[in-house]
Ligand binder design. Structure first.
Ligand SMILES: Cc1ncc(C[n+]2csc(CCOP(=O)(O)OP(=O)(O)O)c2C)c(N)n1
Ligand SMILES: [Mg+2]
Length: 425
């Protein structure tokens, strides 16, 4: 330090020629050695502009007409698997239409459809193992269909009756299933993300060849929890597939107002996470990408980010009217040629896997089952009202006991004001 100051003093009094000679004797530091980054030095300031960064490409397998563009990318699934993929997508679509209508008729309080995103659910679910643990957001009902959640389980949950596993405590579409390794959904956006990463960290410690998959929307990715999840996943090397469904909207906020830059995918490399962007209307592309992701996260014990590009064809939920913020023509483009079901149907027709009569009788069968189930679920009793105080704490704390007693007295005093016959005793 002394020597340095001494040289500086001398230099300040020296001629420019001597300064230049002195500087040429100093060896430039070959590599910067900051703990926080490994990057070379530059001598002229340069802004890195977002537009200079090449957009992450969208991987696809099929063209809109269902043709496989490169035969090496055809996952060559069996006819039975492809048929299950198609039928599960159709089942979800059919069930959605009826449940959406049943909300409009005032029979259930709320509903969310999955139109346009069917291939992201089925393609990813098909590439996973049943033991892989899933954390969803809410628009991933197809994952449950693939895993075997039944029509009655879906509808009992929407009706919040005695057979709803959630005991009527949550809004419709907040499904969950311990048997199917699907963690119960919760409404506050992005809360599932750090939880999923934590679970993946536990999986890594157990070394049980199981990964975690966490679905989230591009809107939810603006939450602070998303940052925490990305950063913990990367720094703790967690085997988690962070699966973003980018459907272009967060209720009425289009993705152009949600973020700047190259979407959610671009955040992957920024956090040090391997990333793939995929055509979410192409079931085979989603399948291949998820298969690759699963192998990678388990082999490397590291996270992966998938961004599946789709379009939310439906309104956000039954509480939204999307005609207020987008045109019917725009929606129609995605609801016809670009629809994931029509893409897969085109593929199946070319392969000779599609039988019009069989498929339409499948749809009418599903319709019948759903309608029958609605009548049954509607008739079932609601859980005993006392259950709303239970199930959170192992032992009910005093304040809840007090509230329950208060309600008991209230109900006893106003029996006629409540539809008690509709609740289990
Ligand atoms: C913390 C929090 N903020 C706001 C909301 C209200 N909300 C519910 S869904 C939603 C939009 C989410 O959009 P996105 O993540 O893109 O999912 P998508 O509905 O498109 O599938 C908002 C703002 C919420 N549930 N939780
Ligand atoms: Mg969205």
């Amino acid at each position: 330090m002394h020597l340095f100051r001494y040289s500086c003093n001398l230099l300040s009094k020296a001629s420019p020629q001597r300064v230049a000679r002195f500087c040429s004797t100093i060896k430039p530091n070959p590599e910067p050695e900051y703990p926080g980054a490994s990057a070379p030095y530059i001598g002229i300031p340069k802004l890195t502009m977002p537009k200079e960064v090449t957009p992450i490409p969208i991987y696809r397998v099929m063209a809109t007409n269902g043709c496989v563009l490169d035969s090496t990318q055809d996952p060559n699934l069996s006819k039975e698997t492809i048929q299950k993929m198609f039928r599960d997508m159709v089942l979800l679509n059919t069930m959605d239409k009826i449940l959406y209508e049943s909300q409009r008729q005032g029979r259930i309080s709320f509903y969310m459809t999955n139109y346009g995103e069917e291939a992201t659910h089925i393609g990813s679910a098909a590439a996973l193992e049943q033991r892989d643990l899933i954390y969803g957001q809410y628009r991933e009902a197809g994952v449950l269909v693939w895993r075997g959640f039944t029509i009655s389980q879906f509808i009992d949950q929407c009706y919040g009756n005695v057979d709803d596993a959630g005991r009527g405590k949550q809004m419709p579409v907040h499904y969950g299933s311990r048997e199917l390794n699907f963690v119960t959904l919760s409404s506050p956006l992005a809360t599932q993300m750090p939880q999923a990463v934590g679970a993946a960290y536990a999986m890594k410690r157990q070394n049980n060849d199981t990964c975690v998959v966490c679905y989230f929307g591009e809107g939810a990715a603006s939450e602070g929890d998303a940052h925490a999840a990305f950063n913990f996943a990367a720094t703790l090397d967690c085997p988690v597939i962070l699966f973003c469904r980018n459907n272009g909207f967060a209720i009425s906020t289009p993705s152009s107002e949600q973020y700047k830059g190259d979407g959610i995918a671009a955040r992957g490399p920024a956090y040090g996470i391997a990333t793939i962007r995929v055509d979410g209307t192409d079931v085979f592309a989603v399948y291949n990408a998820t298969k690759l992701a699963r192998e990678y996260v388990l082999k490397e014990n590291k996270p992966i980010l998938i961004e599946a590009m789709t379009y939310r064809i439906s309104h956000h939920s039954t509480s939204d009217d999307s005609s207020a913020y987008r045109s019917a023509e725009e929606v129609e483009i995605w609801n016809s040629d670009r629809h994931p079901i029509s893409k897969l149907k085109n593929f199946m027709i070319q392969k000779g896997f599609f039988n019009e009569t069989e498929e339409s009788s499948f749809v009418s069968e599903v319709r019948k089952k759903v309608l029958k189930q609605i009548t049954e679920s509607e008739k079932k009793l609601k859980p005993n009202w006392k259950e709303m105080f239970e199930g959170v704490y192992h032992e009910m704390p005093k304040h809840l006991k007090d509230q329950m007693k208060e309600m008991e007295d209230h109900i006893a005093a106003h029996k006629d004001a409540y539809p008690l016959k509709k609740f289990k005793n």
